[in-house]
Structures are given as structure tokens and as C-alpha cells.
Design a protein around this ligand. Structure first.
Ligand code: HGY
Ligand code: MN
Ligand code: MN
Length: 410
């Protein structure tokens, strides 16, 4: 069979996407599988079952990253593809899942065509890409490339004080393989865009050659709880007021800096959280991102200064804790060229673009030439059960992945 005529089976891919979306299924067709929860374990078990059924050799490392290897003619560093199957609490069914399952679909096509590639092919999924339960995000791939000591990752705790290490053991995914021993030739990740660019422009494929910088900070503001009725305004030390000011400042600052700057306050927790008690504590998370490192640093500095000044004026204190910080990433231009060329060769419209979201690929670029393939997200919606990509676009992206992998695996 001429490899140029090989195509993925979209029905089979959609079927696996549907099956995986049933694990931790939530109202509206999405799925909730926060990292290392029982739902994440069930999702892992299901995907590993498919990996084994495809004849792949599955290994698990000490942070729970899973690698499924398909033999090549030569025992060379593998071509690796993959993504994540953990989700946010309001996760859509494509974020992460699509890249992993499309990698398995590519393997199935090669198996059926009896094609043996020169290099081994590995399909991987990494632990806790989302960072929604344990910080930072992309934790598994970061540890894999040696960007975070294993002990530090295992010690990360969630809001209930549970650690990554104990949760990995509880779900049976504290694997025997060491981390920080990356061995791969190239990495390519297929993912939904999660933003509006491709959908708005009517373009089918994104050849992703850069990814923006990410900064996550948790601000803990402390004031004085007091009676909501008897305390004169001039005597208050209201942590909730400081949190509210900080929240609107982040929005104003992002709009003022403009360009690619984005800013989000995704979580505000007030204590004691009662209608008639002035809050004595507030915990506020700030996510600021920019493609430009200098601009990102400016945004971080201004947010921290505003928090300090506003807290001081209110007679409160504030502590900042950094939860994640990744500089902007430049992917491998030749890999992005290959993606662009391949998409055009298959007759798809394609454009170069940056990634607004974080991905495991941004960590893999530290150890091997890496790039990403995007497909459109309808209305740019993601981290929301309404996340949707048409089967036609899912099929296009997986066919680009198939041909790119054939090129890179030889
Ligand atoms: O936050 C992100 O960009 C990714 O979804 N973890
Ligand atoms: Mn993702
Ligand atoms: Mn995500």
C-alpha cells in the first residue's frame, strides 16, 4: 500500500473518543478526570488496555507518565507523539484526549498496513498536564525532561493536602521507570487549538511554532474579620475587598498592556465566607500570559505591586506564592515546516500560529525538536463541556499526524 494513500479511520477514532469521554462523564458531553483521581485512574486503565491490544509495550515512570512503544526496524531513539488524558473539572472531550487517541489510531493504521518504520514510535500521555488539582501544570512532562525534581513533584499537594506521591500510589501508577532520562528523536503533539483563530479564519490546520509564556501566582490576603453591621467603614481591614480590587485590576492591566497579554483570576476563596462577617482571609489565583517575556515580567511586577499597595492601604497583609512559571517557547521551525507542507499536500488549508494554552510539547522542546498540529475549536471554546471540533477537522488533523509521523519515523 502506498503510504501516501494511507488514511486514518475517523469512525474508530470517534468511537475511542466517545468511550474515553464516558469516563468521568459530566452533563453536556464533557468529562471530569482531575489528575490522579479515581476517574483519572479509570481513564488510564482504559487507554492502556487499548495500547496493549495494539501490541504496544507499555511502561510507566515514577511520576506516572505512560509510554507505549511500537518496535521499529532499528533500535533508535523513538519518534514520540502524545498529550494528556487528565482534564479540568469542566473538561471537554477533546482537550488532550484527542492527541493521545489519534496517536493510537496512527499505530492501528500502521499495524493494519503491515508497515514497520525505521524508528520505534512511542505514544505517550503525561501526568497532570492541566495543573488544575496539583501545581504546576505540565508537571509530568516537566519532570520527564528534568525540569522539576521528582521529589518536588511528588510532594505537591492539592487543596485537601493530598500529595502527588500518595495519590500516585493510591491509584497504582507510581511506575518503576526513572524520570529525567528522556530518550526520543522528535516529539509531535496533535491538539485542539482551544482558541478562536482557526475557526474564525476557516483554516483547518495550525502549524504551531511558538507557545506563550505562563505565570501562575496565588495571593493570600489577611485582614480582620469583624461584624458586617457594627464595624464603621474606616475601621475595616477587609481581605475580600482587596481580593475584589485585585481581580478587576488584572482585567484592566491586560487590556492596558494589550497585544497578546491575557490575565485571569480563576479562583477567589473568602474566609469565613459568611454573609455578615467581614472576610479576614482571601486566596486569589492570578494567571497572566504573554508571548513576549519582557511584557510578561512587566505584568507580573505590576500585579504584585498593586496587590501590596492595595493590601497596605486596607491595613491587610499579602503573601504571594508562585505556582507555575514557564517562559515563551519557540518550537522547531523545520518540524513546523513539515507540518505545513504535509497539510498542504493533503489539500488542507494551514497557517503558522502560536499556542495560547500550555502543552506537554512545550516541555519536550527542551530535549528534542518539537512542534504541534492544531485543529479548530468551534467558537474557540475549551475547558468547557461545549468544547467541539467537527469530525471532518478531527480526521484532517489525525491524517496530518499520520503522514508527519511516517516522515519522521522513516
Ligand atoms: O493552562 C493551560 O494552558 C493548560 O490547559 N494546562
Ligand atoms: Mn490540553
Ligand atoms: Mn487543558
Amino acid at each position: 500500500m502506498n503510504r501516501a494513500n494511507l488514511r486514518i479511520d475517523i469512525g474508530r477514532l470517534m468511537n475511542r473518543l466517545d468511550r474515553l469521554a464516558q469516563v468521568g462523564a459530566i452533563e453536556g458531553g464533557g468529562n471530569a478526570r482531575l489528575a490522579l483521581t479515581d476517574q483519572d485512574k479509570d481513564g488510564r486503565d482504559l487507554v492502556i488496555g487499548w495500547m496493549k491490544a495494539l501490541g504496544l509495550t507499555v511502561t510507566v515512570d515514577a511520576i506516572g507518565n505512560v509510554f507505549a512503544r511500537r518496535k521499529g526496524r532499528k533500535d533508535l531513539p523513538p519518534l514520540m507523539t502524545g498529550s494528556h488524558i487528565d482534564t479540568v473539572r469542566t473538561g471537554g472531550r477533546y482537550d488532550g484526549n484527542y492527541g493521545v487517541l489519534a496517536g493510537l489510531e496512527v499505530v492501528e493504521v500502521l499495524n493494519q498496513a503491515g508497515i514497520e518504520t525505521e524508528r520505534p514510535i512511542t505514544v505517550a500521555f503525561f501526568t497532570n498536564e492541566e495543573g488544575a488539582r496539583f501545581h504546576p501544570d505540565m508537571m509530568g512532562s516537566l519532570a520527564y525532561v528534568g525540569g522539576m525534581p521528582l521529589e518536588e513533584a511528588l510532594a505537591a499537594t492539592d487543596r485537601d493536602g493530598k500529595s502527588v506521591g500518595e495519590e500516585l500510589h493510591r491509584i497504582g501508577y507510581a511506575g518503576p521507570e526513572p524520570v529525567a532520562k528522556p530518550s526520543l528523536h522528535r516529539f509531535v503533539e496533535l491538539h485542539i487549538e482551544q482558541g478562536p483563530v482557526l475557526d474564525r479564519e476557516g483554516v483547518t490546520i495550525g502549524a504551531v511554532d511558538t507557545l506563550q509564556g505562563i505565570s501562575w501566582t496565588e495571593f493570600t490576603i489577611k485582614g480582620t474579620s469583624n461584624h458586617a453591621g457594627t464595624t464603621p467603614m474606616r475601621l475595616r481591614h477587609d481581605a475580600g475587598y482587596v481580593a475584589a480590587e485585585l481581580t478587576t485590576f488584572v482585567r484592566r492591566l491586560a487590556n492596558e498592556i494589550g497585544g497578546d497579554q491575557v490575565g485571569t483570576v480563576g479562583s477567589v476563596k473568602l474566609f469565613p465566607d459568611l454573609i455578615n462577617v467581614i472576610p479576614n482571609k482571601a486566596v486569589v489565583t492570578v494567571d497572566v500570559r504573554n508571548t513576549d517575556e519582557a511584557r510578561l515580567k512587566e505584568a507580573e511586577r505590576r500585579v504584585a505591586t498593586f496587590a501590596e499597595e492595595t493590601a497596605k492601604a486596607e491595613g491587610c497583609t499579602v503573601e504571594a506564592k508562585r505556582l507555575a512559571r514557564f517562559e515563551p517557547v519557540i518550537f522547531d521551525a523545520r518540524m513546523a515546516d513539515l507540518i505545513e507542507r504535509t497539510a498542504k499536500g493533503l489539500g488542507f488549508s494551514v497557517r503558522r500560529m502560536t499556542s495560547g494554552a500550555g502543552h506537554d510539547a512545550q516541555m519536550m522542546q527542551r530535549v528534542a525538536p518539537t512542534a504541534m498540529i492544531f485543529v479548530p475549536s468551534v467558537d474557540g471554546i475549551s475547558h468547557n463541556v461545549r468544547e467541539f471540533t467537527s469530525p471532518k477537522d478531527l480526521e484532517a488533523g489525525a491524517n496530518v499526524l499520520l503522514q508527519v509521523m511516517l516522515d519522521l519515523a522513516g
